[in-house]
Design a protein around this ligand. Structure first.
Ligand SMILES: Cc1ncc(COP(=O)(O)O)c(C=O)c1O
Length: 503
């Protein structure tokens, strides 16, 4: 059989098309966009012959003219060739290897198999981490004592973490440490302890949603403080402190997620002075602090001079999930002994104690942290450069925020909101967060790409982003000419956006 002339079964194509007609764009454009996604997602082979215009129109219960316009438009976009007498044939780029293993009919039912979900910056497995995970770990000697199920964590791990923090410039003893199930757990325990319905908490205006989510759920009020290119705006924070009695300020002052912003040392010191003077508790999220492309790890806020006078006003959250392995779910909280005791009690009534086995793994990770950090940062830094160099081809004139570390690339679009691009990208099989996922207004013009993506997926992501961008530009041009409807999210786009939050 001549492979290049394989006929696409109309029923199968109908399955692949799914709910293609939901949306306010003209039908032919909805059909064109969806067919283009199917081709770019590698669900049809190069040369495959699409059903005749009449046959597809009958299947989809639309006018033949709609299919004719869609096929013509696809030909204009270079996705098919149209030859009188031999029909409409797919012009596909070679399929990515992964897609070859996916039967197309299954992909039609389970769209996410071909949709690339980049909402969560999920670090990949590192050689050094895999190596440690493969080593046998003997639990037996540690199982006997009551300390094996201490709500504050395994004493050996707390000791190892305390040594690490001391080496990083913040003198710490094991009883300053509460082991948590990741930093989000630390944030939740703190909020449970300090927040009630009258409480006010300040965060950066655009930020990882962990604190806003947990404080909001308890009923407290979140205040978003404007940011400058060097971190939180201290004047705005000072004025907020005067107006509102804050329970705490929670910040991510280095390699900030999502913007990549880092506060210089001087400003960090000013920040600590400012909150200490106002007797406001300052919570530093250091989950990304070690992910510096240049290897320089900033001093913890709690180590600055003002903080040393009032350690009770400084809490530090940290975690191994971004640096080492997201599957581990081990982090910690550093505070005064009194605060750790209070949170230890709270922890005992929530999940009693952290599980033993992951703590042993964490112990091995902390012991080898320098090597893990080096491997991780080398990987993230090279991805950042790759994205920076390839971005202009996908979205001409987009601006990438300069970053010296972290897990994300923050991209400003030359026009259109990040929400509109994200919605369009979802129809091309790419789910990305936009500014509003991090608390920015709906018309914010940013999107975030994770640096945790692997190189081959990045290629696919950038291709889909390029298609989505072009399609958005074409729709905008159409509207400027008065020929089109306002863009809006169809049900598929909304489904893609309504799921988990970006992290
Ligand atoms: C800045 C920041 N802090 C904390 C977290 C949550 O960390 P963990 O996985 O340890 O709960 C994230 C996750 O994305 C993050 O980006």
């Amino acid at each position: 059989m001549d492979h290049t002339a394989r006929r696409v079964n109309p029923g199968r194509l109908q399955l692949l098309l799914g709910a293609w007609s939901e949306g306010r764009d003209p039908l032919y454009r909805l059909l064109t966009d969806r067919l283009e996604q199917i081709v770019t997602a590698g669900l049809l082979d190069d040369g495959d012959r699409l059903p005749s215009e009449r046959e597809l129109a009958r299947r989809l219960s639309v006018a033949r003219g709609t299919v004719v316009r869609a096929y013509d438009e696809l030909a204009r976009r270079g996705r098919v060739t149209r030859t009188r007498g031999s029909g409409t044939n797919v012009r596909a780029t070679p399929r990515p290897k992964r897609a070859e293993a996916t039967p197309a009919a299954t992909a039609a039912f389970v769209e996410p198999t071909w949709s690339l979900d980049l909402r969560i910056a999920r670090p990949s497995m590192l050689e050094s981490v895999a190596d440690l995970l493969d080593r046998p770990m003997s639990v037996a000697p540690l199982m006997a004592g009551a300390e094996a199920s201490d709500p504050a964590g395994l004493p050996q791990l707390r000791e190892s973490i305390a040594d690490l923090m001391t080496r990083e410039g913040l003198s710490t003893s094991p009883d300053h440490i509460l082991v948590t199930n990741g930093a989000q757990h630390g944030a939740t325990l703190l909020a449970m302890q300090l927040v009630d319905r009258r409480a006010h908490v300040a965060v950066e205006e655009v930020t990882w949603p962990g604190f806003a989510d947990t404080v909001g759920r308890i009923g407290g009020r979140i205040h978003r403080v404007p940011m400058t290119p060097t971190g939180i705006d201290l004047d705005a924070l000072a004025s907020l402190q005067q107006r509102v009695d804050l329970s705490f300020v929670a910040l991510n002052p280095h390699h900030h997620n999502p913007t990549g912003t880092t506060m210089p040392d001087r400003r960090r010191e000013e920040l600590s002075n400012l909150t200490t003077r106002a007797q406001t508790l300052l919570v530093e999220d250091r989950v990304l602090a070690r992910l510096s492309f240049n290897g320089r790890v900033p001093l913890p806020l709690a180590a600055h001079a003002a903080a040393r006078q009032r350690p009770d006003l400084h809490v530090t959250l940290d975690s191994l999930t971004k640096v080492a392995w997201p599957g581990l779910r081990i982090g910690w909280l550093r505070a005064t002994r009194a605060t750790v005791q209070q949170l230890r009690t709270l922890r005992a009534i929530t999940d009693f104690a952290p599980p033993m086995q992951p703590q042993l793994t964490a112990l091995a990770f902390v012991d080898h942290l320098d090597q893990i950090v080096e491997e991780r940062t080398t990987q993230l830094a090279s991805r950042w450069t790759e994205i920076r160099d390839a971005l202009d081809a996908a979205i001409p004139d987009a601006q990438i925020h300069h970053a010296t570390g972290g897990i994300a690339c923050w991209i400003r679009l030359p026009r259109h909101s990040g929400n509109h691009l994200a919605a369009k990208a979802a129809t091309y099989g790419l789910t990305i967060p936009s500014g509003s996922d991090f608390g920015a207004p709906d018309d914010d013009q940013h999107i975030r790409l994770p640096l945790t993506i692997d190189s081959s997926e990045l290629q696919t992501a950038l291709e889909r982003l390029q298609h989505a961008w072009r399609s958005l530009e074409t729709s905008a041009l159409g509207r400027a000419g008065g020929g089109d409807h306002q863009p809006h999210l169809n049900s598929h786009d909304r489904a893609c956006h309504a799921g988990e939050p970006a992290t």
